[in-house]
Write a protein that binds this ligand. Sequence first.
Ligand code: GLC
Length: 566
Amino acid sequence: MSISVELAEDTAPTGTGAPWWRQAAVYQVYPRSFADANGDGVGDLRGILSHVDYLADLGIDAIWLSPFYPSALADGGYDVADYRDVDPRLGSLADFDELVTALHAAGIRIVIDIVPNHTSDLHAWFQEALAAGRGSAARDRYIFRDGTGPDGSLPPTDWVSMFGGSAWQRVADGQWYLHHFAVEQPDLNWGNPDVRADFVRTLRFWADRGVDGFRIDVAHMLTKDLREPLPTQAELERLPRDGQHPTIDRDDVHDIYAQWRAVFDSYDPPRTAVAEAWVDAARIPLYARPESLGQAFNFDLLLADFDAAQFRRIITDNLELAARSGSSSTWVLSNHDVVRHATRYGLPRPDRLDDGRPARRHGGDWLLSGGTEPVLDRDAGERRARAASLLLLGLPGSAYLYQGEELGLHEVAEIADGQRQDPTFFRSSGADTGRDGCRVPLPWTGGGASFGFGQGGSHLPQPAWFADRAVAAQEADPESTLALYRRALALRHQLQAAEELTWIETGRADVLRFARPNGWHVVTNFGAEPYPLAGSEPLLASSPAPAGTVPGETTVWLPPYANRLG
Ligand code: GLC
């Protein structure tokens, strides 16, 4: 192991003296699509290594590395066959160590993905469970049940998997196993002590190698109450999500995280964690508490329209929730599971359910039409995305960014069915095209075999319009989205202040303005009409802003000196 640089806990890039993670800018790297060093069309660890300078110039505080473990890629690497190794197509443990060292030397921390709800069906434990047969100790690490119907040929329940189809799969001897996600992702039995002990080993394995934190996949589903009789799908949907639900967001999941917390805190500096927990807002603080994982994603902005009232409510509510939890808030506009925000904002607003959530995946219909229907307004989408990102980077708390958003990338709709990889597409019989469109390998140069992604091809097809969006093209343009992100991230370090904001009334329903405690102001005009801003010279603007005005669909940052209200 060659970890030469450990970053101390109080080297907070924020200058506030608080632990680094509380207001970090964390950049998600989806490793198979970031950069390909060995030319096989799939991104790898040495590809990331070759772009550490890019990450440093971008000005982020940490990367979150999506799964890089051995995997058959039934779910983009979230089907892990071995939690303590590197997929040989992506490199080796030695490459991983080198990457950690290089990132740390550049002042960048590394957070890795842990996928504890399920393994891959190729994991040694699952193979053992299949061979060992019913009633065996090996099967008890997963969730096996006998079927129903006269010969057990019907699944134990009518539960539906997140990717569509039954959540149960039959094996050769007639038993069934539970998989809340793809068939190749059998759910683990977290009542089994082997499972608990093994994940502690995994966390230590990576923490010992210098990993600074963990992103916990599907953190709200690990524990289950599967006492017979099992409820039906309709009952599951009706049952309250109050901590006692049979499969979702159970209170007893926090016993696991309390144990993990002791592991994290046994390191100096303590390792961090962030929960991916799709739970009711009021229950997010349970995951974000210092005794539990310490931070949790808030996905509200990712589900919202480009709309002042929605943004204001979401920001206010989440700052309150974060304060309740003792953690800092998190903000996300894009990740590897959703249509990129430049595209969402360039499409008509989605219909919404009574609870405010989009009735269907925003952008899903557009993807299904191959990117033709409804018509995407690319310029408006990118303009709004720049405004929303600049607002997000001014908020108190951690900003989670997704690779490619700093290039203003749109979702890629031009993927033929035969080139698709996402299980959502296959399990829904094509009714949902899935998430491949935000996972297309990044364009680094305007030309070349795969726009500089690597010497070979690209495992998902890159569209011709990537040429203009390439890193090289944007580096040469001071008005580019990349230039905006770089300036914003650098300024954010200088301006960062205590985790608070005060709303300042603007007299316009479509204009939001807030002040951070040091007087740094952020003004976003969500409307079309310019908003007059007397006497203030912006530090930064998401679109060209003539003096004294915030143009439509634009965010500006105002410097922290007194008396520039108005
Ligand atoms: C999380 C991941 C997603 C994956 C799923 C199953 O939601 O973000 O990509 O498909 O978990 O592991």
